[in-house]
Design a protein around this ligand. Structure first.
Ligand code: ZN
Length: 462
């Protein structure tokens, strides 16, 4: 009579255990993963490091602060008990914003309304006295295609696409509009425009402009390109409706310098059983030159650094080699990610998986996975090892800009940490991306989640 309930308990417990884990392994994994969450939530080490990093200031590639951050991260890694800490040289582009930008709209009655504006990264300057021109407003790149050159020539093109608030995955709305920031100046110049301004790619209703990288084409004239705060874009739109001949004034002082020597920072723990199999995780250390680059991507860097430290602190050494890489130049060149991939190819390194955190320091939700279906299913078998409301899916597709080159050149599977993205595009690439915008518990949950998945892949492969 007493046997039956026991059998039922055994059967129901066994059914929860993924095929590849024995009960004992599972208990050990649960204990380790719980220790990661307990330790991060109480010690808040990633958060403390993030504060130190943000105190250095914004870290655009080639800047003095970017080098300061590189040497600061290396000095922190030197204290963490890793087996190797090193810098990986890479040449990076070096652009500077210069003096604060000035913009205003002047109606035909002579009234002047100031607009909040930031140069788009990589933009050329205006002439020292600025540019004054009539404005032609369009909703998208496609809309511009349909307008006669004679209606655009000599004017400033104003791209005013609204952020699609309906997407719960806000990255989709960001992605839908970012081509305007990236190629607006080229398309406007092709039609003879003298400058291009865009509505900031932002989910917020405020007047903080968001920068980000823009591009030029060698066969098309380069024209100044800037982003307006959302409220400034609405104001400009409203004035143009009433007074289509109103003129926009824009002055920007940006400049390009020769390429600069910079570095990826790498910390590594040597694997004991399979030292030639590498698990790499990382974020990008560079940021835009406004705000602190706290969410983008100081948080991702501290996730990776914190996760490697958690693994270094375990009693047993990892089976495989585990690296944390702080990539440089994700924002305006991806040179760091390319240099890492080139080095891996040259050395014939075997990467088991590459994982990036570059979605912000918000509460973790899951991982996006670019790997075989079999590998993704194996990852899914670990889901119930994660505390509820942390990692709850391994979805198809995902990775990161910095690990993309490694994935493309070697076929290494890649994963990206997915977080709750409701707030990210309110402040992404803007002066509001500051340390104070990061919540310590949310950040640390990301660190523990990353450490946990790296620990499991280290134990059982992929
Ligand atoms: Zn980023």
């Amino acid at each position: 009579m007493k046997v039956l309930p026991l059998v039922i308990v055994l059967i129901s417990t066994l059914s929860l255990i993924p095929d590849n884990l024995t009960g004992q392994e599972r208990q050990t994994d649960e204990r380790v993963i719980k220790s990661f969450f307990d330790q991060t939530l109480t010690e808040r080490q990633s958060y403390k490091w993030l504060r130190d990093l943000c105190e250095i200031g914004p870290r655009l590639s080639g800047s003095k602060q970017s080098l300061e951050a590189i040497h600061w991260v290396k000095s922190v890694m030197d204290t963490c008990g890793f087996d190797r800490v090193y810098l990986q040289e890479v040449m990076v582009p070096h652009w500077e914003r210069g003096m604060p930008e000035v913009a205003f709209i002047k109606d035909t009655k002579g009234n002047q309304y100031p607009l909040n504006v930031l140069a788009i990264g990589g933009s050329i300057a205006t002439p020292a006295g600025g540019i004054t021109a009539e404005v032609i407003e369009v909703g998208s790149l496609v809309d511009l295609e349909e307008i006669d050159q004679s209606d655009v020539s000599g004017k400033i093109v104003f791209f005013n696409p609204h952020f699609d608030q309906r997407n719960i995955q806000t990255g989709a709305s960001y992605g839908a509009n970012v081509s305007v920031r990236a190629r607006g100046a080229i398309k406007a110049a092709e039609k003879g425009a003298v400058a291009s301004v865009i509505r900031s790619v932002s989910s917020a209703y405020d007047d903080i402009p968001h920068t980000g990288t823009g591009s030029y084409h060698s066969e098309v004239d380069s024209i100044p390109a800037a982003a307006l705060g959302v409220e400034s874009a609405d104001l400009l739109h409203g004035i143009l409706e009433l007074d289509p001949k109103a003129k926009l004034f824009l002055r920007m002082d940006c400049r390009w310098h020769p390429e600069a020597l910079s570095y990826n920072v790498v910390g590594e723990i040597q694997g004991q059983a399979h030292p030639d199999e590498i698990i790499v995780m990382g974020g990008h250390l560079d940021s835009w030159d406004v705000g602190d680059g706290a969410h983008d991507d100081g948080a991702g860097c501290m996730h990776a650094l914190g996760a490697l430290k958690l693994i270094a602190d375990l009693d047993a050494a990892p089976r495989r080699t585990i690296r944390a890489v702080m990539f440089i130049n994700e924002e305006n060149g991806t040179r760091g990610g390319q240099a890492y991939a080139d080095s891996a190819v040259n050395k014939g390194e075997n990467h088991l998986v590459a994982i990036e955190s570059d979605a912000g320091g918000y509460s973790p939700r899951g991982f996006g996975v670019t790997a075989s279906e079999e590998q993704r299913t194996k990852l899914e078998s670990y889901l119930d090892l994660f505390p509820r409301n942390t990692i709850s899916y391994f979805s198809k597709g995902g990775g990161g800009v910095d690990i993309g080159p490694l994935h493309r050149s070697t076929g290494t599977p890649m994963m990206g940490l997915v977080v709750d993205g409701q707030k990210m595009f309110d402040l992404h690439h803007s002066p509001n991306d500051i340390f104070e915008a990061v919540h310590p518990r949310e950040l640390e949950l990301g660190t523990a989640s990353l450490a946990s998945i790296v620990f499991l892949i280290d134990q059982y492969g992929l």
